[in-house]
Design a protein around this ligand. Structure first.
Ligand SMILES: Cc1cc2nc3c(=O)[nH]c(=O)nc-3n(C[C@H](O)[C@H](O)[C@H](O)COP(=O)(O)OP(=O)(O)OC[C@H]3O[C@@H](n4cnc5c(N)ncnc54)[C@H](O)[C@@H]3O)c2cc1C
Length: 403
């Protein structure tokens, strides 16, 4: 690494996931250099899809990677199409085709995770990403923070950004080290090859089937070459949290026994599913300590029920880079500002995402009927406006104006 200089501080980013790479890309755009340390021998993402809502699309466009992303992205006509588990009755839907861009200036897309990671990586110089570097400890006792790696190497930096996911090492140095709690839920994930998927699942729609204790989401990705399935169900006792745990189609089918036959056929057409426990963490009261901060899932892991985790990591990256660029000589102050700007929003998203698991999983009965009736009260595309309209530049201008 280059020597430390007050105008160009040395910035170490731990973690080369969507959040860490987005941070490196936005810092570069702001004229700051950083080095990413990733434990995996190659940059990779799980073989699954992701919704890119307008708030994320806006920032990916700013990074200059939207054109590349659109090569594989699917432009959705319908978002959050809630259907009843038994017969597919549509309870609610966002009309993205006519409303999304008009309201928010950006559209909603679905993408393969690997494609998203790759386009963000393309905005980061290759030599600034070090692979196969697993950090074991962060030491805050010296003049500068230092990271110790599994191979014995020690790296000092002026600023450390912990983008190292839900089991973050950096988080443990900022907050009381505590393992993430088990939520009692598990997620099944699978891809269905496009040519085996029924036509209703190939529509440019994000469809969400809700029923007792379960829900299942599907949408096309990779220019329609696959349909992405992700389903949530009660977990057994023995589930470990892992991105690689395999399940069988039979186990997956068992969870959705008796559901609409179209859904059952879709699961039957899927490739081998993955299954893992969903972890839970309460919001943190603070993310930063001196020149060290957190970003993405390391700071605010959230249930995926608003499809916003990666989007929030990208927003963090945009705000953090501007805060540091505006005050490179005083990182602790810049990070306090970053945290104050971001924490209320991500805490709110953690809370609403959490609440959604109860709402989506109501057993049939009076509460479920009241929920279904309430779906017609609001246009969901407008009700979710506080999520989709967010622009870090506008938020920062408002903060400056408020003094
Ligand atoms: C089922 C499901 C569906 C989802 N759907 C959506 C969606 O539709 N839209 C959306 O926006 N979000 C979605 N999310 C959320 C999203 O996947 C996450 O919020 C996002 O991937 C977090 O990115 P991150 O970079 O913060 O963390 P991670 O992706 O966890 O990356 C952390 C990186 O740090 C590395 N690392 C960890 N520890 C160390 C160490 N000690 N040393 C070095 N490197 C280390 C890891 O190898 C990894 O590469 C979903 C999540 C789930 C579970």
């Amino acid at each position: 690494m280059l020597g430390s200089n007050i105008e160009t501080p040395e910035i170490a980013i731990l973690g080369g996931g969507i959040g860490g790479l987005a941070a490196a890309a936005f810092l570069r755009r702001a004229g700051l250099r950083s080095m990413v340390y990733e434990q995996a021998p190659a940059l990779k993402e799980v073989g699954a899809g992701l919704v890119v809502a307008p708030n994320a699309a806006r920032l990916l466009r700013r990074l200059g990677v939207m054109e590349a992303l659109l090569r594989g992205a699917v432009r959705l006509d319908v978002g959050w199409e809630f259907r009843r588990w038994q017969d597919g009755t549509v309870l609610s839907a966002e009309d993205l085709a006519t409303g999304c861009e008009r309201l928010y200036g950006e559209h909603t897309y679905t993408v393969h995770r690997a494609e998203l990671l790759e386009v963000i990586r393309s905005a980061v110089p290759e030599e600034t990403v070090r692979l196969g570097n697993r950090c074991t400890t962060l030491d805050l006792g010296g003049e500068r923070p230092s990271l110790r790696f599994a191979d014995g190497e020690v790296v000092e930096a002026d600023i450390v950004i912990g983008a190292d996911g839900v089991h973050s090492v950096v988080r443990g140095a900022i907050a009381e080290p505590r393992p993430a709690a088990f939520s009692g839920l598990c997620a099944f994930r699978a891809l269905v090859p496009g040519d085996r998927a029924p036509s209703f699942a190939r529509r440019h729609a994000q469809t969400l089937w809700i029923g007792p204790n379960h829900h299942l989401v599907h949408y096309p990705i990779s220019a329609g070459r696959f349909v992405n399935l992700v389903a949530f169900a009660p977990a057994g006792e023995d589930l470990v949290e892992s991105w690689t745990a395999q399940a069988t189609i039979e186990e997956f089918l068992l969870e959705f026994d008796g559901w609409d036959p179209r859904l059952v056929d879709l699961i039957r057409a899927a490739e081998t599913p993955g299954r893992w426990a969903l972890l839970d963490r309460a919001p943190l009261p603070r993310w930063s300590r001196g020149p060290v901060t957190l970003l993405g899932d390391a700071a605010h892991p959230m249930f995926p029920f608003f499809a916003q985790g990666a989007a929030q990591a990208i927003e963090d990256a945009a705000v953090l880079s501007r805060c540091l660029a505006e005050e490179p000589a005083d990182p602790a102050r810049a990070l306090r500002r970053y945290e104050a700007l971001r924490l209320p929003r991500t805490t709110r998203l953690q809370a609403v995402s959490h609440a959604r698991s109860d709402i989506n999983h109501l057993p049939d009965g009076p509460e479920q009927r009241a929920r279904d009736a309430s779906f017609t009260e609001n246009d969901p595309l407008v009700a979710n406006g506080w999520i989709y309209e967010y622009d870090p530049d506008v938020a920062m201008a408002a903060e400056t104006a408020a003094g």
